[in-house]
Write a protein that binds this ligand. Structure first.
Ligand code: C5P
Length: 440
């Protein structure tokens, strides 16, 4: 973890030092555990480290003891009179297992107590956060999926692993997230008890802002989206314990500054970049909220140099008001509709797809009538329809939405600040995710 993320951690949780048990299990990613421990201590927290016997085959007890600043214990038989599992479980204000191997997840789900870490998991009443790391095949195996679902049902926060190169030649989901992400998540749990938040263990992807479609290196076609509604949805989801990825197109200057530290921001510019970033992040997401104003079209040709007025079209006459050059546009993909028809999630779980529809109403129908048509056409699970115009919808102004389902049926209404609208929408998302889990 870098010193800037240490600082971020301190800023978010300035005073309260907490007691954290860091469990380390037998995965090659155990070599990252010292960074997690060091960062927690740098943020002012007290740490006790409990490696499993398998973890100690990957990383030595002296290294863990050195970064912890205290001896580490792995079994329950070293000093039975001390009843270490009960003492450690009661001492903890948070238990963070990083990495959590497939075997550790299985033993925890089964309620086994064959080492100090699993025994501590049974005695503690503190929130538990686990960061799994394993090969993709193991992560996707039905046994692991069931163990993860069981632990989540019991209130354990399970951080979805990252995708990328794995040990050996493998590539895919299963990497331990960067220590700073684990720390940010663990600290958010410490700060507001959000492991008990109803989105704990969930990954929500939000897009925000307006895309810019370049004409040449200095000009673009853009729109007036401020990114405020998307930023508010990201903050609302994080407040309920979700891991949040915000794919940010162009947003007003302070939107990103106001986000909680645990929101991961991916910056993009064009619709095509936004599509790639959303689909990549959605591969392990539970829900995608498309709040970005995506350009429907982009210029067919992008000049590699600044276009000159007279070079655009030699037939242009110099008279003011005369017809100008013609820009040929090609259609961009509809990212939202594509998420429905071609879901990017890598395993067999479904992604909840949520869109926004900014409407003005016209001679063919009012805002809601257009919204209903759009809901049916796009097929998103939820579509928040709002009225926009010169003085409403854009920027730091109140918002009002009618939420429709894929058949165009009204599900809910919300109005107020963008954060209040975001809170209502995120509550709906949480309900939908919970009921889909109950059906599984
Ligand atoms: O059709 P319209 O642009 O009004 O639809 C708005 C919804 O569709 C928003 O959720 C927006 O993010 C999404 N959208 C998209 N790809 C496009 C255009 C819009 O995902 N090319």
């Amino acid at each position: 973890m870098t010193s800037s993320s240490d600082n971020r951690a301190r800023r978010a949780h300035p005073t309260r030092a907490r007691r954290v048990v860091v469990g380390v299990s037998g995965s090659i990613a155990a070599y990252k555990a010292p960074s997690v421990i060091r960062s927690l201590r740098a943020a002012g927290h007290e740490v006790r480290t409990v490696p499993t016997p398998a973890a100690l085959r990957f990383i030595g007890a002296p290294a863990l003891a050195a970064v912890t600043g205290a001896p580490v214990q792995s079994g329950v038989f070293e000093d039975p009179a001390a009843v270490a599992h009960v003492e450690t479980g009661e001492w903890a204000e948070l238990v963070l297992v990083a990495p959590a191997s497939a075997d550790l997840l299985a033993r925890a789900a089964a309620g086994r107590a064959d080492d100090l870490l699993t025994a501590t998991l049974l005695t503690t009443t503190a929130p538990v956060v686990m960061a799994p790391a394993m090969h993709t095949q193991m992560w996707n195996h039905p046994a692991t999926r069931e163990n993860v679902a069981t632990l989540r049902r019991r209130g354990v926060t399970i951080i979805d692993p990252d995708s990328g190169p794995l040990t050996g030649t493998g590539y895919g989901a299963g990497r331990l997230p960067e220590p700073e992400q684990i720390i940010a998540r663990a600290l958010s749990v410490l700060a507001d008890g959000s492991s008990n938040g109803d989105l704990a263990g969930r990954h929500i992807v939000v897009s925000a802002g307006g895309t810019r479609e370049p004409l040449d290196p200095v000009r673009y076609l853009g729109n007036r989206s401020s990114g405020r509604q998307g930023g508010a949805v990201a903050a609302a989801a994080a407040a309920r314990g979700a891991r949040v990825t915000l794919v940010s197109a162009h947003v007003e200057s302070n939107v990103l500054d106001e986000l909680p530290p645990q929101v991961q921001v991916v910056a993009v510019s064009t619709a095509l970049q936004l599509r790639d970033a959303v689909r990549a992040a959605a591969a392990d997401a539970d829900a995608v909220v498309m709040a970005a104003a995506v350009a429907d079209y982009r210029p067919a040709d992008v000049a590699g140099f600044k276009l000159k007025k007279r070079l655009l079209d030699t037939s242009v006459r110099p008279d003011e008001g005369a017809a100008g050059p013609t820009i040929t546009l090609v259609e961009n993909p509809d990212i939202l509709a594509e998420l429905v028809t071609d879901p990017p999630r890598r395993d067999d779980r479904t992604v909840l797809v949520v869109g926004f529809a900014a409407e003005t109403g016209d001679a063919h129908g009012d805002v809601l009538a257009h919204g209903v048509v759009k809901a049916r056409r796009k097929g998103a699970d939820l579509l928040a329809v709002n009225a926009v115009g010169a003085d409403r919808g854009f920027g730091d102004v109140p918002n009002a939405v009618v939420v429709l389902d894929a058949s165009g049926q009204e599900v809910a209404r919300a109005q107020g600040t963008k954060r209040e609208v975001a809170d209502a929408l995120v509550a709906l998302i949480s309900d939908r995710l919970r009921s889909s889990m109950d059906r599984q």
